[in-house]
Design a protein around this ligand. Structure first.
Ligand code: PEP
Ligand code: MG
Length: 734
């Protein structure tokens, strides 16, 4: 450990020396080696140390201790420590402390041992003592996954008295800390010593079950239960899994330990660096390692799943993966990994980087090829937590959805409306893109209207589908937002294809693409500016919305559309377009001879800093506000949301930024604008309905901020709806 952790030697070089001596003495287990053999190991270790470090292994314990303490301090700034802090959102700390602690020995013969345990099952939450131990070993042997330990349930065969003592301690600790504990213990010559206890990491499923169970047994209150579940982790429960049916006929390669639930399929990466590089290039990779260490953190985070050949349920890979809700199979001992050759051999067959495997973190199965995944089924405990959360929260939770399928799914997750339908997503499918391109390429208003007339039925059908899926709930439809050139082909082959399909000259397509070129499209001809210059686009979209609403009403479907105008920064923009929307609504009703009343609120996004600053004026023409914090962040920082990754990692590494402002709202800057927008808006219109539909709407910390400034609702992607429901309740409780 000293050579490895303090002096940066490769752990393998010690393992290598140990194996040579074991082989020479004809023994298999480390513990079977005689004193003679151990002396040889020591000599070889010292030689290896001298070769690597360039000096003798220090014999003075004070020097050893000093170097070890320094190593801990230095470890704070290693890249893996930085990655770990970033991934787990640990911010605002200046450094680490070091405790120097006298230890007992677990490796003093057969009456000694060591173990790691959880007071409840950290994967499932079941209230049963869960852990592993090794006889005649040190704690590091369990955690590092070098030897495969035995489950604690087998401890009774070895030392029943110690096992019962541990059960007693489990009860005392849970009662005192009122939470599940992760404990480490050592037995030195029949005497049990507790080394440490801390609140245990757990999967989301376990967190939910434990919280509900602890309320039932009166260990904690409902409010505490709600506060205890990391809202962001709920996404894990909605993750797909493999079913028995989908596994039928699949080649089962081997089985390891079900270390962290989930279902993953991917090609194989044999190093953390490889996993990072390939997943950043868009590949789904499984990280395949003998065992993992904190060095692999980044690779583990990037991989879709983790597979190891040694290590138990409490090994590094297992604990870290569970904390993240990442699928992990550990200790699959049939795997013979050759990391240098980038291959793994299982029962005589070798698989390389390009082979696809599937792993089931719930059963430990390792399968060849891709296995179909299935949607998860939510437990009764999950529903209970959601019910308690709904009773506590003030804010509503809506979803961002562009299709009836997504809308339906989000409703199933508890969405109370749609906060953002990005209509542009509807223009890419099938023949629609052709009509869309025709509309953009049109050089006269007449030609543009002709193309728009072809797009309208598609839009109308989409809206009928969405309104039906969300019946009774509000659906905010945003009018066309992105720059038009996003819909056009930019390469020669694509332009040729469009010209052919439309029966026009390639040169015409090329010229129009060039005309539409913008140096800064995100700051260019997009959002409400499109409707100002091409009002016929707005008219078509509003017509489709109103017709869809009338169709639904006739079928007694309670459609509740709200029309939202994007990227407004000037009151006049909104005033002009609002009038056009209102006139169009009237015109369609007249044309359809609809005699009833249609209530369609007309509002705007607040996503340009100026709009937030002049929100008193903007509110005069808005029935509601919705903060588009993606653009608002982009424009407040002047960071392009599409290019930030070229410098963000440096900003995070150098602590210039604590976190990515596109994920968690920047309270001081962007947040101040949101606050200003809310105050100004409500100064003009008391009780103005205000929500958020940027990505931040599903981020727990941002949800808390939204609650604090009095927003009426947050809107987020379907899978984050339960997270937002819980986060909104937690915000109230805090
Ligand atoms: C926003 O800007 O926050 C938003 C929701 O709109 P989009 O992401 O589509 O620009
Ligand atoms: Mg936007």
């Amino acid at each position: 450990m000293f050579g490895d952790v303090v002096m940066g030697m490769d752990h393998e070089s010690f393992e290598h020396e140990f194996s040579i001596v074991k082989k020479k003495h004809g023994v298999k287990l480390d513990t079977d080696l005689s004193a003679e053999g151990l002396k040889e190991v020591c000599d070889r270790y010292k030689k290896a140390y001298r070769k690597h470090v360039g000096e003798e292994f220090p014999q003075d314990p004070t020097k050893q201790l000093t170097l070890a303490v320094e190593a801990v301090f230095k470890s704070w700034n290693t890249s893996r420590a930085k990655s770990y802090r970033q991934i787990n959102d640990i911010t605002g700390l200046t450094g680490t402390a070091v405790n120097v602690q006298a230890m007992v020995f677990g490796n003093m013969g057969r009456s000694s041992g060591t173990g790691v345990a959880f007071t409840r099952n950290p994967s499932t939450g079941v209230d049963k003592f869960f852990g592993e131990f090794l006889i005649d070993a040190q704690g590091e042997d369990v955690v590092a996954g070098i030897r495969t330990p035995k489950p604690v349930s087998q401890m009774t065969r070895w030392n029943k008295r110690i096992f019962n003592e541990l059960l007693k301690i489990k009860k005392i600790l849970e009662k005192h800390y009122r939470d599940m504990q992760d404990i480490e213990f050592t037995i030195e010559r029949d005497k049990l010593w507790m080394l440490q206890t801390r609140t245990g990491k757990r999967t989301a499923a376990a967190a939910v079950k434990m919280a509900v169970d602890m309320v039932k047994s009166r260990l904690i209150t409902r409010d505490e239960a709600l506060l205890r579940i990391p809202a962001g982790d709920l996404v894990q429960l909605l993750l797909p899994s493999f079913t028995a049916k989908s596994k039928k006929g699949v080649t089962m390669l081997t089985k390891g330990l079900p270390a962290s639930p989930g279902a993953s399929t991917g090609t194989l990466a044999f190093s953390a660096e490889d996993a990072v590089a390939r997943s950043e290039a868009g590949e789904n990779v499984l990280l395949v390692r003998k065992e993992t260490s904190p060095e692999d953190i980044d690779g583990m985070h990037h991989a879709v799943g983790i597979l190891t050949s040694t290590g138990g349920m409490t090994s590094h890979a297992a604990v870290v993966a569970r904390g993240w809700g990442k699928c992990c199979v550990a200790g699959a001992s049939d795997l013979h990994i050759n990391a240098a050759r980038k291959s793994v051999t299982i029962h005589g067959k070798t698989y390389g980087e390009n082979d696809v495997l599937s792993i089931d973190g719930g059963t430990g199965e390792v399968m060849l090829g891709k296995v179909e995944r299935h949607e998860p089924k939510l437990s009764g405990d999950f529903e209970t937590i959601m019910k308690w959360a709904d009773q506590k929260r003030r804010m509503k939770v809506r979803t961002n959805a562009d299709t009836p399928k997504d809308a339906k799914r989000a409703r199933g997750f508890g969405a109370e409306g749609i906060g953002l339908t990005r209509t542009e997503h509807m223009f890419f499918e099938g023949d629609r893109i052709l009509a869309m391109r025709q509309m953009i390429l049109a050089e006269t208003k007449e030609l543009r209207e002709e193309a728009l007339a072809r797009l309208m039925p598609y839009q109308k059908d989409d809206f009928v589908g969405i309104f039906t899926a969300m019946k009774g709930c509000p659906v905010t439809v945003r009018l066309l937002d992105p720059p038009l050139h996003e819909f056009l082909p930019h390469d020669a082959a694509g332009q040729k294809e469009v010209a052919k399909a439309m029966g026009i000259k390639v040169a015409t397509v090329k010229r129009r693409v060039q005309q539409l070129h913008e140096f800064n499209p995100m700051l260019g001809h997009r959002g409400c500016r499109l409707a100002v210059t091409y009002p016929e686009i707005l008219v078509m979209q509003v017509t489709a919305i109103v017709q869809a609403m009338i169709t639904c009403k006739k079928k007694r479907i309670d459609a509740k559309p709200e029309i939202m105008i994007p990227l407004v920064g000037i009151q006049e923009e909104l005033k002009t377009l609002r009038k056009l929307v209102a006139d169009t609504i009237k015109a369609v009703m007249k044309k359809e001879r609809y005699k009833g009343k249609l209530n369609i609120p007309i509002g705007t996004m607040i996503e340009i800093p100026r709009a937030a600053i002049v929100s008193e004026q903007i509110a005069e023409d808005a029935d509601f506000f919705s903060f588009g914090t993606n653009d608002l962040t982009q424009l407040t920082y002047g960071f392009s949301r599409d290019d930030i990754n070229s410098f963000l990692p440096h900003y995070l590494d150098d602590a210039i930024l604590e976190r990515d402002p596109f994920q968690t709202i920047d309270v001081d800057g962007v947040g101040a604008l949101v606050k200003r927008g809310v105050e100004g808006g409500r100064q003009t219109k008391k009780g103005l309905k205000i929500g958020i539909c940027g990505e931040h709407g599903g981020d727990p910390k941002s949800v808390e901020f939204c609650n604090s400034v009095g927003l009426d609702y947050v809107s987020c992607s379907p899978f984050r709806v339960p997270t937002a429901r819980l986060a909104a309740a937690q915000a109230e409780l805090r």
